[in-house]
Design a protein around this ligand. Structure first.
Ligand code: FAD
Ligand code: MLT
Ligand code: ZN
Length: 458
């Protein structure tokens, strides 16, 4: 450790207590490598403040020393954004775990940024409400993390993204100033939408310490159907039919045959349906009454486009296992950390995008296996590339990101830019747009100390 590091470590220890400044590499190991195992960095210190005042004091000290800081929540992000790639200090929010209040009249939850998503869901459910966001990383991801990445997840089709669930925020700027916008109002048009700006900022503008989330009324009963179809268009048409029949879509997820086979191998699951089809749609629906009868009616009327279907009633239907086990199974299967691309296209382009991508990949990268799945109802597909050699990662990423751009799509539908997409920002945004983002960043964090590599100012 250099003398500067030694002095900052003791200064940080005075603020948060020595037990909350981690410097032993064996202990900090879990904070310097990401969930996929691909993004790995190093740090001299992980600091774990327990209150907004402590976050403010920590950032004030780092600012004085000109030290760069990476905020980290549950470290489940899939784009390397929470990793100290260049020896930054890691500011972990995992001690900001207070659930302050659930308000049943205004349907809000006030909580610390380090509260785990599943715990926030549980707190809301005890009052007959629910968080509007759900995702397979719910047992580790934090509220601050889902806000900072503006996470999508499986309920996005019904409730919208995390930004839409965010009513208020408390955050600390890189120089230690605390900013609070906290009103339990759904209508409040006084000036710029600061919570909306911090949502999706990926820790480049401030460290979020507390959040005020909107809650939703959960559907009393849901029906889950797993449907075998031949094309993506058939799947999307079925989604459309379900909505037109008056059913509420709770989720609409696409899987492919290779993905299902892989999940079955890793989880020892039996075939979910009697037919082998190229695609499977998992649609969860709710309705006022006779939901199952209505669902079966729609499946019947869809005629030959439905090759086979299974239907199960909630809560906790087992059919979801085929979908939710994809991420883990892909990581376990690939000989190298998978290249994870999280893309979206307009709905009218999804079929064309996917059917042209697969043969193009096979022709240009014959050793790479592609598993595609995702939130098809939102036009969001996760393209996961397995067995990619380290020397090929950049080329294959470039290939797929250019392909999705040609289809009018986004290079990041829900996971964010992070380190993974930073070199391709110009594919997703115009030069004027990027410059404006940099100006906003420069106004709020002029020294560029927070998460410097995601959107460098210079
Ligand atoms: P981290 O990974 O710790 O951080 C993510 C980013 O946010 C980093 O840039 C970090 O610097 C910043 N950050 C974290 N906390 C703060 C804070 N308090 N203040 C400022 N910046 C902060 N994502 C989806 O969108 N949809 C999905 O369906 C989905 N499913 C997933 C399933 C699995 C199995 C896994 C492993 C991941 C999944 N993800 C999904 C990705 C990930 O869970 C989300 O991006 C999640 O929002 C990250 O939360 P986290 O607390 O782990 O944040
Ligand atoms: C999901 O929808 O399961 C995720 O976003 C995770 C992934 O892309 O693997
Ligand atoms: Zn997803």
């Amino acid at each position: 450790m250099t003398s500067t590091t030694l002095s900052i470590v003791s200064e940080l220890a005075e603020i948060v207590g020595p037990a909350n400044v981690l410097t032993d590499p064996d202990v900090t190991a879990g904070y310097v490598t990401d969930w996929t195992g691909h993004w790995s960095g190093h740090t001299e210190a992980v600091v774990r403040p327990g209150s907004t005042a402590e976050v403010s004091a920590v950032l004030t000290a780092c600012h004085r020393h000109g030290l760069r800081v990476v905020p980290q929540g549950g470290n489940t992000g899939l784009v390397g954004g929470s990793i100290p790639m260049d020896g930054e200090i890691v500011l972990s929010t995992r001690r900001l775990t207070t659930i302050e209040r659930v308000d049943v009249v205004d349907r809000t939850l006030a909580a610390g940024a380090g509260v785990i998503v599943a715990q926030a869901q549980e707190a809301a459910r005890q009052h007959g409400l629910d968080l509007g966001v759900d995702l397979a990383s719910r047992d580790s991801a934090t509220l601050g993390g889902i806000v900072s990445t503006n996470a999508g997840g499986i309920r996005m089709i019904k409730n919208g993204n995390t930004r839409r669930q965010l009513l208020g925020i408390e955050a600390v700027l890189s120089d230690g100033r605390v900013v609070t916008r906290w009103k339990e109002l759904v209508k409040d048009n006084v000036g710029y939408d600061l919570p909306g700006l911090l949502a999706g900022a990926e820790g480049t503008l401030a460290v979020i310490t507390r959040v005020l989330m909107r809650l939703v009324i959960p559907a009393p009963r849901t029906q889950v159907s797993l449907v075998a179809v031949t094309t993506v268009s058939d799947a999307l048409q079925l989604v459309d039919r379900l909505e037109r029949a008056g059913l509420t879509l709770e989720a609409a997820e696409l899987m492919t045959r290779p993905g299902i086979d892989l999940v079955r191998r890793h989880h020892d699951l039996r075939a979910p349906l009697d037919v082998d089809s190229p695609f499977l749609l998992l649609a969860e629906v709710s309705g006022q009454r006779d939901t199952q009868a209505l669902l079966l009616d729609v499946l019947e009327q869809a005629g030959e486009s439905v090759l086979d279907a299974a239907v199960e009633e909630g809560p906790a239907p087992k059919l979801w296992r085929y979908r939710e086990s994809h991420t883990e199974s892909i990581s376990a299967e690939s000989s190298t950390p998978p290249v994870k691309l999280d893309l979206s296209t307009p709905l009218r382009e999804v079929e064309q995008f996917l059917t042209t991508l697969t043969p193009a990949l096979a022709e240009n990268f014959p050793d790479v296996r592609a598993i595609c799945f995702g939130h098809v109802g939102d036009g969001n597909l996760h393209v996961n590339l397995l067995d990619v050699k380290e020397t090929e990662r950049e080329r294959v990423t470039d290939f797929v990101l250019r392909h999705v751009t040609q289809h009018g799509g986004s290079i990041s539908a829900e996971h964010g830019v992070g380190r993974a997409k930073a070199p391709w920002l110009a594919l997703g945004r115009s030069p004027e747009d990027i410059n404006l983002m940099k100006s906003i960043r420069a106004a709020i964090d002029p020294a560029g100390l927070l998460n410097p590599h995601i959107l460098p100012i210079r």
